[in-house]
Design a protein around this ligand. Structure first.
Ligand SMILES: [Zn+2]
Length: 113
């Protein structure tokens, strides 16, 4: 798998965890536990961001602002962000996930699940 792509997926997972931390189910964890965990996650996020090319990261953040996420899986040839069927060249080449691709419709980073 493309190195930057795998880092973007890891970044997305971290962002999901950070978002979950703010959800009501985590209320019972207590403020201090939550803050410690959040600090840990943010530190890992920083390290990860440093390894992602700036241009890619900036685009990721722009997408995250617009859609709430910067990367989406493609399932059965369909982008899971905008639910458009993607051209087969994108979803069935021999270089699956070997290159950073974006959805031709919504522009989000995509990977084949
Ligand atoms: Zn899309």
């Amino acid at each position: 798998m493309d190195e930057v792509l795998s880092k973007l997926i890891a970044l997305h997972d971290l962002d999901q965890l950070l978002k979950e931390l703010e959800s009501p189910e985590y209320q019972e964890l207590g403020f201090e536990v939550k803050e410690t965990r959040k600090k840990e996650l943010l530190k890992r996020r920083e390290e990860l961001v440093r390894q992602i090319p700036e241009q890619v990261y900036r685009r990721y953040e722009r997408l995250r602002k617009r859609y709430g996420r910067g990367i989406a899986p493609v399932v059965g040839g369909v982008c899971m962000n905008c639910f458009i069927q993607l051209p087969t060249a994108v979803v069935s080449g021999p270089d699956k996930n070997q290159r950073l691709e974006t959805c031709s419709n919504c522009g989000i980073f995509i990977y084949l699940a």
